[in-house]
Ligand binder design. Structure first.
Ligand code: ZN
Ligand code: FE
Length: 239
């Protein structure tokens, strides 16, 4: 399975997962249709599925058009079936979904929204974390409680250290200011920021990151309890 990063809107990432033999593909969180269509054309792909981590417009904006154009089927969390536009396949927490070479496990990770899920492609060790875990940050807690978000992040922390994290937004550099302010002596963080700046200066995305890297540098993953996490989340909201 090959993973292609597609930049959408201002700072969103959508992802094309590709079976290089059959050319069939899945798109994760298509913010908008056009950049996805262009990539599909240039690589000669057949779009079979659309997967959404949550219902926000910048993650589902391309659903309708892509479904119509490619006759693709839309996959999402069963508890969000009324909010994910044109959903066809409803998955439950912990369910394993498979089609051809594609195989993923669904993790319900409430906090950013109540129906947010992550898709974990365990054979490739790749996690599509949507707006739950970002590089050097985490999503705003819009619908859930701080405790739910903290627990969702704990769940992600239990994955293998070399899990690659593909998140929903290019927020890494912006996030780094907050991490640095509260963790200024962290050598791993300082060296990561250097890499992040380099990547951006050559026009490359700063993802994927790895879980190991995030555990060393991401202040939200480093917080040990809900109280501490809550305090950091509040500070970040007003940063
Ligand atoms: Zn969102
Ligand atoms: Fe988003």
């Amino acid at each position: 399975m090959k993973i292609e990063i597609v930049k959408c809107l201002e700072d969103n990432f959508s992802y094309l997962l590709i079976d290089e033999i059959t050319k069939s593909a899945i798109v994760i969180d298509p913010s908008e249709a056009e950049p996805i269509i262009n990539k599909i054309k240039s690589l000669g792909l057949k779009l079979k599925f659309i997967m959404n981590t949550h219902h926000h417009y910048d993650h589902v904006g391309g659903n309708k058009e892509l479904k119509k154009l490619y006759n693709a089927r839309i996959i999402g969390f069963d508890q969000d079936k009324h909010r994910i536009p044109e959903i066809d396949i409803l998955l439950k927490n912990d369910e394993i979904w498979k089609d051809g070479i594609f195989e993923t496990k669904v993790f319900h990770v409430p906090g950013h929204t109540l129906g947010h899920v992550c898709f974990y492609f365990f054979k490739e060790n790749a996690l599509f974390s949507g707006d739950t875990l970002f590089s050097l940050g985490c999503g705003r807690v819009f619908e859930g409680t701080h405790e739910e978000m903290f627990n969702s992040l704990q769940l992600i922390k239990n994955l293998p250290l070399d899990t690659e994290i593909y998140c929903g937004h290019e927020y890494t550099l912006k996030n780094s200011d907050f991490c640095l302010k509260h963790d200024s002596e962290n050598k791993a963080l300082i060296s990561k920021i250097k890499n992040v700046k380099h990547q951006l200066s050559i026009g490359k995305p700063t993802i994927p990151s790895t879980l190991e890297e995030e555990l060393q540098t991401n202040i939200f993953l480093r917080s040990k309890n809900v109280k501490n996490f809550s305090k950091l989340r509040d500070l970040k909201d007003n940063f």
